[in-house]
Design a binder for this molecule. Structure first.
Ligand code: ADP
Ligand code: MG
Length: 586
């Protein structure tokens, strides 16, 4: 048999390596920004066109490269960051493999201009698909600029996989913000299609978080500061009340490097344990300062995961640090044991036929309002079963609704008993109402005395921009107001609003959450998001009149059995059901 093994040429090897390192424009952005940080830059500007699909350019004022290095840096495994094997155990820079630039240059057209401090002339190197095109002296600023065009020009399949400009841009912005949060003392600018998206001045971490997420974040932050022999943890966590249903505000930065770590994430959630609902995520931007010999960065192709030598100990320290911060700033609310207990009892009544409807030790239900029956209720309109409904409206039952565990309404009706989930019921009522108002253009708007300016993250802004007409159809009066900000002139007239900007913020959060969990048209999604935000929640005490109104309005809805997000609104127990239960002898 002839020999069949070949040694790949450098170009082919680079193209293969690029497959691991360069997945999309944002991967290029990540590598270039990391190089600029490693070069000690104090100012970094990122220019992107069409989400990075047609242009990515990073200009820094870092140390620059010599003429020879400017050519060398495109060779595989050429790096200034490690020299000998032992250096691998002690990495202090973001890069170290010498793979990024050759990989990028293998799949695009790259132009590098660089000048070291004190040199009169700089160097220009251009490379297209690993092929050297130019290498000559040039006039340029101190520092380095790298321009990447025609990404994946020689990998058509990968090019076809790229998403819309908006989607790619979201990834680019994510990478940009990760670097910005990891290096607060560096000026960072981002420009998309010649529009300035971010202009982030050098500052401390708190100000940087505010610059990234918006002014209203300042008061949400709780500082964390914990020093142990093993590591130092500094940074900020969010107050529990502002936890969100979507992720995107969780950052671990280990020695300046953004990393993902489900394990450490769990440690933080663990500290928030009882004070935020399941499925919500608190903000955190936590910096770990740890001896670089105690971590291994070389475990992931794009270095987004690392291995801690003392993982379990760090978990414990982190969790304790977060708990301490929460309690020091006394943001952990006193826990409402009554409510807790009520929720625990839930299982007893969610069964189709209630075998026992009392609420356990130390918590007796007062049944008297029902039997006293001092007010008549009428269940109007459709009742789950048409025939029974007719009977109901003919002869209204003489009793009042009763609230159970601040969560359910117990409504005796002539031929049985209804158990209605107050939150799901109100969600249905409001959803139908908002949809009607949107469709008929009848939503009333209450103008604010002082229009409110609101800054958004770039991603939220992009979403808001796409659905702004629908937002206004709900009764808002909101307009785009320059870069990543909105101006709120008015809010829907008949809902409790509080802070208008908070409402919009929550609305967008809910909208994103619905988008990922339910398949809805944007309008339905928005109507649902507002219904959820404005609706009566479990845990709220309702007066008899409020319950009466809720029940009446619920039965005026076409679909009163299921909430728009798919939850059961009511369970019915007929007199026959009850007879059967109590007829059983045990
Ligand atoms: P790595 O970052 O792993 O060393 P890269 O391929 O990203 O590998 O870069 C190769 C080398 O090029 C770096 O080690 C560094 O010496 C040099 N370099 C890259 N970008 C810059 C920059 N913006 N400023 C100065 N030097 C740079
Ligand atoms: Mg690098």
């Amino acid at each position: 048999m002839p020999d069949t093994i070949n040694l790949l040429t450098e170009n082919v090897a680079n193209k293969i390596a690029a497959g691991e390192v360069v997945l999309r424009p944002s991967s290029v952005v990540k590598e270039l920004l990391e190089n600029s940080i490693d070069a000690g830059s104090q100012e970094i500007r990122l220019y992107v066109n069409d989400g990075g699909k047609s242009l990515i350019k990073v200009i820094d004022n870092g140390c620059g490269m010599s003429d020879i290095d400017a050519r060398m840096c495109f060779e595989r495994h050429a790096t200034s960051k490690i020299r000998v094997e032992d250096d691998l155990l002690n990495i202090r820079t973001l890069g170290f493999r010498g793979e990024a630039l050759p990989s990028v240059a293998a799949v695009s057209h790259v132009e590098l201009k660089t000048r070291t401090i004190g040199e009169e002339l700089g160097t220009l190197v251009s490379i297209e698909g690993s092929k050297l095109i130019t290498h000559e002296p040039c006039q340029c600023q101190e520092g380095t600029s790298v321009t990447v065009r025609h990404l994946f020009f020689n990998l058509p399949a990968r090019k076809n996989f790229l998403k819309s400009t908006n989607a790619e841009m979201r990834h680019v912005v994510d990478e940009f913000l990760r670097i910005a949060l990891g290096h607060p003392s560096v000026f960072m600018g981002l420009y998309h299609n010649d529009r300035e998206l971010y202009h982030i001045e050098p500052s401390n971490l708190r100000k940087r978080i505010v610059a990234v997420f918006g002014k209203n974040y300042n008061e949400r932050l709780v500082p964390v500061d914990e020093s142990t022999e093993l590591l130092k943890i500094t940074g900020f966590i969010g107050k529990p009340g502002h936890a969100k249903k979507t992720r995107g505000e969780q950052f671990f930065v280990v020695n300046g490097r953004f990393i993902r770590s489900p394990y450490m994430h769990h440690a933080v959630l663990n500290a928030y344990d009882d004070i935020i609902p399941q499925g919500q995520y608190p903000l955190y931007v936590l910096q770990f300062h740890v001896d670089s010999s105690r971590i291994d960065i070389n475990v992931h192709p794009t270095k987004q995961e690392i291995k801690f030598e003392d993982e379990k100990v760090i978990y414990a320290i982190l969790s304790a640090a977060v708990k301490k911060a929460l309690s020091q700033f006394s943001v952990a609310p006193s826990i409402d044991f009554d409510l807790e207990q009520s929720i625990e009892q839930l299982s007893a009544i969610s069964a189709p036929i209630p075998t026992e409807v009392h609420s356990g030790p130390g918590h007796t239900v007062d049944w008297s309002p029902i039997s006293r029956g001092d007010k008549t209720i009428t269940i109007q309109s459709d009742w789950p079963d048409k025939k029974e409904a007719e009977e109901e409206t003919h002869e209204p039952s003489e009793s009042v609704p009763y609230q159970l565990h601040r969560k359910y309404m117990l409504a005796p009706v002539k031929n049985g008993l209804l158990l209605i989930d107050q939150q799901a019921a109100h969600e249905r009522i409001l959803f139908d109402k908002f949809k009607f108002l949107m469709e008929t253009n009848k939503a009333a708007c209450q103008q604010l005395l002082f229009p409110q300016n609101m800054e958004l993250s770039h991603n939220d802004f992009t979403i808001a921009q796409e659905i702004i007409d629908d937002i206004n159809a709900l009764g808002f009066d909101v307009k785009v107001f320059g870069m990543d900000s909105l101006i709120i002139h008015g809010v829907p007239a008949d809902i409790e609003v509080g802070q208008p900007s908070e409402l919009i913020d929550q609305l967008l959060d809910q909208f994103k959450d619905n988008n990922s969990n339910l398949k809805l048209e944007p309008r339905d999604n928005l109507a649902l998001a507002l219904a959820y935000r404005a609706g009566i929640k479990s845990g709220r005490k309702l007066s008899r009149e409020e319950m009466q109104q809720l029940i009446d309005e619920l039965f005026a809805c076409t679909n009163f059995q299921k909430s728009p997000s798919g939850k059961t609104i009511l369970v019915k127990f007929t007199n026959d059901d009850l007879e059967t239960v109590f007829a059983k002898k045990s």
